[in-house]
Design a protein around this ligand. Structure first.
Ligand code: ATP
Ligand code: PRP
Length: 214
């Protein structure tokens, strides 16, 4: 029997957008669709096992060699400095990093700023490139709160529609980088399971090359 290839899929938003692509590629995703609290699924007709995990953990499992393939946002890959090979940009989960704050924020102010973010490394790098030393405070979610409650001068976060920023009266001061969902592979797995990994990627690639409905 061939070994099953382990695919770590970021649960939540990425999972929701990736499932239809996997189905169009002919994978039977019913076990994942019917899921309540299960985390590991053997795909019925293919030699792949899907593991649902939080994005940062997908990246960690890949680095540790615990999974062969990861489906995860480029935001997380960059933040964690993941060395996995990127095989495909799925063109979903598209958003961008921005520097945002309230309307009275002065990006040119000379005092040392406090910046709230879920992405400390990306934030430090951005300010370092500008030659600016800032204090970065790690926040786990609803990052937009930080400038509103006076905990940070500004935030570095991802935005898609801009709704969250708008609803919270925050404005964009700079745009850092684009983000999308990537298919990445552990280099060791690529050596051992080249055929199965490229079969998976080729099937997905066929789907994303076609124009998508809606
Ligand atoms: N607003 C957004 N629009 C598009 N893609 C997004 C957006 N927010 C996040 N993403 C992408 O989706 C990935 C997963 O985000 P998601 O919000 O599902 O997980 P999370 O940040 O762990 O949040 P939570 O734990 O609140 O569900 C991110 O790593 C990023 O690549
Ligand atoms: O520009 P928008 O379309 O409004 O999207 C932006 C929001 O999406 C993400 O949050 P998420 O929904 O992941 O929740 P979180 O704040 O708990 O991370 C991000 O951190 C923003 O808050």
């Amino acid at each position: 029997m061939t070994d099953r290839i382990k695919i770590a899929l970021t649960k939540g938003r990425v999972e929701k957008q990736t499932l239809p692509l996997l189905e169009q590629a002919g994978f039977n995703m019913a076990p994942v669709r019917d899921n309540k609290r299960k985390l590991i699924f053997d795909l019925p007709d293919d030699p792949y096992t899907v593991i649902l995990a939080k994005g940062p953990d997908v990246s960690t499992y890949l680095s540790q060699g615990a999974v062969d393939i990861g489906i995860v946002g480029s935001d997380i890959l960059t933040e964690q400095q993941n060395q996995a090979y990127e095989l495909l940009d799925l063109g979903i989960g598209k958003c961008q990093f921005v520097l945002a704050s309230t309307k009275d924020f002065d990006p040119k102010a000379s005092r040392r700023k406090v910046i709230g973010t879920k992405y400390p490394l990306i934030t430090q790098r951005y300010f370092a490139e500008k030659g600016e030393d800032v204090e970065v405070v790690k926040i786990e979610g609803s990052v937009e709160l930080a400038p509103l409650i006076g905990m940070a001068d500004a935030i570095v976060d991802i935005t898609e529609t801009g709704t969250t920023l708008r609803e919270n009266h925050l404005q964009i001061y700079d745009r850092l980088q684009e983000v999308s969902t990537r298919v990445v592979v552990n280099p060791m797995s690529l050596k051992q399971h080249r055929q199965e990994i490229f079969d998976f990627v080729d099937r997905l690639n066929e789907v994303i090359k076609k124009p998508q409905a809606n």
